[in-house]
Design a protein around this ligand. Structure first.
Ligand code: SF4
Ligand code: SF4
Length: 302
């Protein structure tokens, strides 16, 4: 007998665990390193100014995976950068440029604070239709945002947002649904926020304001069996790991490795190898995040 999430192939009640087949690699994520200027509560990757469990990725390491995707015609449309804070990586502008020069839609997740603004001249030069900067904001009020992100985290973010808007970047907001508020109400309140700061965004557009279900690590969750797809009327092809992978460089490793998705950067079971081709294999949903966040919560990072 096994407990929950202990056996890769079977659930605790001895049913076949659900899996996701790899299709085309539509989105290739890069974790640029876990170091961050903030220490937010509930940061899913536990970033902070001290957490370097994922090292900074270099431009050459990044380029190798992009080239592999191009050479093997893996169907990649989009390249995403996440962290930590991606603008703390000294090679980030070279990486963004390479991604844009090769025709990829390019998405950078950032807190839009000093690391971005300190180098905004470099970023300005890269403004492009294919580039989107997505800024995390945990609430439309300063007090609740700072409750999660720490004191003095509001004004620098507002400054970054205004700069992106005034300089006509494609940009978006990402927020967590964690305040017991209906999503419609949240969007209405963000509409006021957007008007107040004169940002060029539509609070009712799902791409301008991306919302994420909150992940409570401690809360129990059901295991997903192969029967669940039919019961939930969901397809495994809707799940992030059917069409994306993330590159990380674990501290102490000589080379980066490929991870199933952005949500499980530290898990050995979800580490799939050293190149993209070998990583495109079946993923068994043997983690609470698979159930809570992807199948039952219905959110995705891209
Ligand atoms: S800014 Fe993002 S990466 Fe940094 S600690 Fe906050 S949630 Fe984590
Ligand atoms: S958490 Fe990752 S591996 Fe699990 S279902 Fe979601 S995308 Fe796939």
């Amino acid at each position: 007998m096994y407990g929950k999430f202990e056996n890769k192939y079977l659930t605790a009640d001895n049913k076949d665990r659900a899996f996701v087949e790899a299709n085309k690699l539509k989105t290739l994520w890069f974790n640029t390193g876990t170091l961050c200027n903030l220490t937010c509560k509930n940061c899913y990757i536990e970033s902070s100014p001290k957490n370097d469990r994922l090292s900074y990725l270099s431009f050459e390491e990044f380029k190798k995976f992009v080239n592999e995707s191009i050479q093997n015609e893996m169907g990649t449309i989009e390249i995403g950068f996440t962290g930590g804070e991606p603008f703390m990586n000294k090679d980030i502008f070279k990486m963004i440029k390479y991604s844009l020069d090769n025709g990829f839609k390019t998405l950078v997740l950032t807190n839009a604070m000093k690391p971005m603004m300190n180098n905004n001249k470099e970023l300005f030069k890269l403004n492009h239709l294919n580039l989107t900067i997505r800024v995390s904001i945990d609430h439309y009020s300063k007090s609740k945002h700072e409750e999660v992100r720490g004191p003095l985290s509001w004004e620098p973010m507002i400054e970054g947002l205004k700069w992106l808007s005034d300089n006509k970047f494609n940009f978006a907001l990402a927020t967590r649904l964690m305040w017991n508020e209906d999503e419609k109400v949240t969007r209405k309140n963000f509409k006021n926020f957007i008007e107040n700061y004169q940002l060029n965004l539509d609070a009712f557009s799902k791409s301008d304001l991306v919302t994420f279900a909150e992940m409570d690590e401690k809360k129990d969750t059901a295991e997903i069996t192969t029967e669940c797809w039919g019961i939930l009327n969901k397809s495994p092809n809707e799940i992030m790991c059917s069409s994306s992978r993330m590159i990380v460089k674990k501290k102490g490793d000589k080379t980066p490795s490929v991870i199933a998705c952005t949500l499980l950067p530290y898990s050995d079971e979800f580490t799939l190898g050293l190149n993209l081709k070998e990583s495109m294999k079946k993923i068994y949903l043997n983690h609470p995040h698979c159930s809570k966040f992807c199948v039952l919560g219905g959110s995705s990072c891209s």
